[in-house]
Design a protein around this ligand. Sequence first.
Ligand code: NDP
Ligand code: 8X3
Length: 250
Amino acid sequence: MSQKTALITGATSGIGRATAHEFAKHGIKLILCGRRQERLDTIEKALSKQTKVFTLNFDVSDKNAVFNAINSLPDEFKTIDILINNAGNAHGLDPIQSGNLDDWDKMMDINVKGLLYVSKAIIPNMTERKSGHIINIGSSAGKEVYPNGNVYCGSKHAVVAITEGMRIDLNPFGIKVTAINPGLVETEFSKVRFKGDAKADTVYTGYKALQADDVAEVIYFAVSRPAHVNLADVLMFCTAQASSTIVKKE
Ligand code: NDP
Ligand code: 8X3
């Protein structure tokens, strides 16, 4: 693949960080985004040995911050070939009747509206060039609702629907749009969901969950297909997982 430029949101941890490493191995130029500056600095330092790296610190749910950050890109990084809309998290795991409004706002603002803002800032350059690949990180929770997952599952169902809508609308421009939907992946996801509670430690015990690298490899596979091939939608589980609620534990 000739040298392309990818922008990855949520590159400071988990799937996004693993994808940055995977892309760097293949010489893809990187724009790495997140809110934790020290982590952006560390990853930039590590990956700059392999490829050109630029970092952007912004909150995807802050509309103005998104547009200011993307408009501030230096010329060398302005042409984005690959957009990985990955930033997101679950906040809480509560029945709908006792769910927390702030948690709901965060999930909708980050997982859904944040993905839209970043896409809106980047798509015009892709349509102008009639080229590009957008990968949205959905979830098995975007395919199947599980108990107490209500709003997180709703946000990921929205990601899957928006991905389909993007694929239809961007079809005349030859832009590829892909949804990668993992099941349980051992990242900081549960630490965020349970806000530091010890419950997070039990989520990935008793079986081998997907690792962030496993997902990153599939993302690279998707972006490295020939021009006429688009992986539209991928659902991936660890072997122990059969559905959102069925996980074979030791
Ligand atoms: P992590 O918590 O490890 O990483 C989340 C990333 O998102 C971090 O880099 C974080 O960076 C960034 N992020 C969170 N909120 C914001 C925000 N408001 N603005 C900008 N960046 C933000 O989780 P994962 O790697 O697991 O999650 C990545 C994606 O994968 C999410 O969309 C998640 O829903 C999805 N997913 C996760 C699964 C899992 O089981 N782990 C399974 C299926 C899908 P920072 O804090 O520096 O801003
Ligand atoms: C993350 C996987 O099962 O916690 O999207 O919803 S799950």
